[in-house]
Design a protein around this ligand. Structure first.
Ligand code: NAD
Length: 286
């Protein structure tokens, strides 16, 4: 039997509708409009689309959204100055710097400069540390989106074998932490792991966050597993594919996310959720 399709588009739409209701209540009760800002450096076409989509989604739920654009030749000092301006801007509750940055700008230095209290992406080491120790903090949006999709398929994750392929600070490692918090037995596999197929086949929950088109094949999947495909890989034919060979995997998995329409829309919805949470914390509303 073919797997259940975990519809990220529909789930994200319901999260955004819920956010819109909360934002309307904030405005009515406290005269507060949550503010989000995005810094884009350079003209990378994919980044331009992501930034536009984020700002559009933010405005639709009732946020105030600001986009600041710097040219690809901007110096690190200019980028840091833009970050500092967001840190100090009282109208901004959360913001992010769209990655990647041009080569003359050190992304780590830029992320380190973000005020953790306004860190909508949850990339600052303070938030990463708090998530690591399960002490709150801001978890990154994509891992939060993955967890919400997993929860559509399995409400109790206690004791399940989870395998995450990919160990980036932005996706692989934090999603592994969130799965651990839900009492999974977690394995993180990566480019140096041996026999990925055998590791993946252990997984009741398999998260692929690699960036290699259709790396995960059908026979890597344990029958009935929940498969979350984070990958976004644009082929020479212009088509976007995930890290999982969907047509094979859908026949074996119990539930699976499509690409597009799975994790992608959830990332934006969870980014907005993070920003509202930061707004409520900063303005001491709960
Ligand atoms: P990254 O390049 O920072 O990390 C990739 C990870 O995959 C690394 O840890 C590496 O060890 C591992 N890896 C690379 N080749 C491998 C191989 N052959 N076998 C096993 N592991 C391998 O990438 P990232 O930022 O974590 O993103 C991963 C993918 O997810 C990309 O396709 C990216 O575009 C996508 N992404 C999607 C969203 C979304 O909203 N859907 C958000 C962020 C990232």
């Amino acid at each position: 039997m073919a797997a259940r399709i975990l519809d990220g588009k529909a789930l994200a739409a319901s999260i955004r509708a819920e956010l819109a209701t909360k934002v309307a209540a904030l405005k009515a009760k406290h005269r507060i409009t949550p503010g989000i800002a995005v810094l884009l450096v350079g003209e990378d076409p994919a980044s331009q689309i992501y930034v536009r989509n984020k700002a559009k989604a933010a405005t639709e739920v009732g946020f105030f959204a600001r986009e600041v654009k710097l040219t690809a030749t901007a110096t690190e000092r200019e980028v840091l100055a833009a970050v500092d301006a967001f840190n100090k801007d009282d109208a901004i509750d959360g913001f992010l710097v769209q990655l990647p940055l041009p080569p003359q700008v050190d992304p780590q230095r830029v992320i380190d400069a973000v005020d953790p209290a306004k860190d909508a992406d949850g990339f600052h080491v303070t938030n990463a540390g708090l998530v690591f120790q399960a002490r709150g903090g801001v978890a990154p949006a994509t891992p939060l989106g993955c967890m919400a999709l997993i929860k559509l398929a399995r409400t109790d994750l206690t004791g399940l074998e989870a395998v995450v392929i990919g160990r980036s600070n932005t996706v692989g490692k934090p999603v592994a932490q969130l799965l651990l918090k839900e009492h999974c037995t977690v394995t993180i596999a990566h480019s140096k792991s041996k026999d990925l197929a055998a590791i993946a086949r252990r997984a009741d929950i398999l998260v692929a966050a690699v960036g290699r088109s259709e790396l995960v094949r059908g026979h890597w999947i344990k029958p009935g597993a929940v498969v979350i495909d984070v990958g976004i890989n644009r082929g020479a034919d212009g088509k976007v594919r995930g890290d999982v060979a969907f047509d094979e995997a859908v026949e074996i998995a119990g539930a699976i996310t499509p690409v597009p329409g799975g994790v992608g829309p959830m990332t934006i919805a969870c980014l907005l959720q993070n920003t509202l949470m930061l707004c409520e914390r900063r303005r001491a509303l709960n």
